[in-house]
Write a protein that binds this ligand. Structure first.
Ligand code: UT7
Length: 315
């Protein structure tokens, strides 16, 4: 399997740290040093499904592929306005594809998990071309009165088109259940029979626990793959890490003892866009012409669950 096209879309509304301090007890002086975020893109009048379809169209155009050539669409999404049908079905219709499609919810690690599912389909000989779309609106999950959470996130969609090839060198997935560290709950429709107490709770996060898990899991997943493939950290040309927090990225970089130039970032201007963060970064770097054929890329992401995953691939 190999990536032959990428695309991404961001909402037009830009929210700076100073704009947040107009209604929250926060400041750029607190947010930027702790997170590396200066501003983020937040959905206003856009629909997430339209952004997802647009990212998919861009990735198909980049790949020079028609929607009818797709054999599978995988959409990674934590939440959107539709409970059903799946976002992948909506994308399928919007782009004019006719292949099977499925959604996954693997939190911020969704792109890596989607790559793993796609790779299994290629290895089983079930597909020739696959589209992955990661579309997320975490701004709709947080309470905008909770300064400890809402300042961290931004919205967006990223997509990748995959075709046959042997460019995926290894994938490592991990999970360590810790469901009280990062979660959101919602109340479903009432029935005449429900007797249990229920409440909707916006996204809650134990920030320091998430931080520690992120550094340990991401460093561990990448090291596992390097060892398995007989590679050294120096052999990787580019590290594309989940864009959650600059301090997490720097800690993983310290562990790997690699120069900052190998770690492209967009957390400064995007915030954490959950599973969309890796494919958006991949698209932006690809469109800047940063990757040469034969470059080794390591992608790694972590999120609620806790779950994490990494992939090493040849561009
Ligand atoms: O995909 C995974 C998503 N999550 C992450 O990547 C988050 C990982 N965690 C982190 O990056 C850090 O834990 C945070 C940036 C979220 C928080 O930094 P911290 O240094 O761990 O701060 P803290 O939670 O220990 O809070 C320190 C203080 C508290 O005040 P007190 O109790 O010491 O008076 C907070 O209330 O900072 C306060 N605080 C804020 N102050 C201004 C928390 N959020 C804010 C804020 N502005 N936005």
């Amino acid at each position: 399997m190999k990536i032959i096209g990428t695309g991404s879309v961001l909402p037009k509304k830009i929210v700076t740290n100073d704009m947040l301090s107009e209604f929250l007890d926060t400041s750029d002086a607190w947010i930027y040093p702790r997170t590396g975020i200066k501003y983020r893109h937040v959905i206003s009048d856009e629909k997430l499904e339209d952004m997802a379809a647009e990212a998919a169209r861009k990735a198909l155009e980049d790949a020079g592929m028609k929607p009818e050539e797709l054999d599978l669409i995988i959409c990674s999404n934590v939440v959107n306005e539709y409970i059903t049908p799946s976002l992948s079905c909506i994308i399928q219709g919007a782009i004019g594809a006719s292949c099977p499609c499925l959604d996954i919810n693997c939190a911020c690690a969704g792109f890596i998990y989607a790559l793993d599912i796609a790779e299994s389909h290629f290895q089983a000989g079930k597909v020739k071309n696959v589209l992955i779309v990661c579309a997320e609106e975490p701004s709709r999950m947080t309470s905008w009165k909770d300064r400890s959470v809402c300042v961290l996130f931004g919205d967006g969609a990223g997509a990748a088109v995959l075709t046959a090839g042997d460019n995926i060198k290894g994938i490592k997935l991990s999970a360590a259940s810790a469901t009280d560290k990062l979660y959101q709950k919602r109340v479903l429709e009432p029935t005449p029979y429900i007797t249990k107490e229920e409440e909707s709770i916006p996204l809650q996060m134990k920030g320091q626990d998430v931080f520690k898990f992120a550094v340990k899991a991401s460093s561990g997943d990448i090291k596992f793959l390097l060892d398995k493939l007989g590679l050294k950290a120096d052999d990787v040309n580019w590290y594309l890490l989940h864009q959650a927090n600059m301090r997490i990225i720097n800690s993983i970089r310290d562990f790997l003892d690699q120069p900052a130039e190998k770690f492209p970032t967009n957390v400064e201007s995007h915030g954490n866009s959950s599973s969309a963060s890796c494919p958006i970064l991949l698209d932006e770097c690809s469109k800047k012409g940063m990757f040469k054929p034969g470059d080794i890329l390591a992608l790694s992401a972590f999120g609620a669950g806790f779950i994490s995953g990494a992939v090493i691939l040849e561009w």
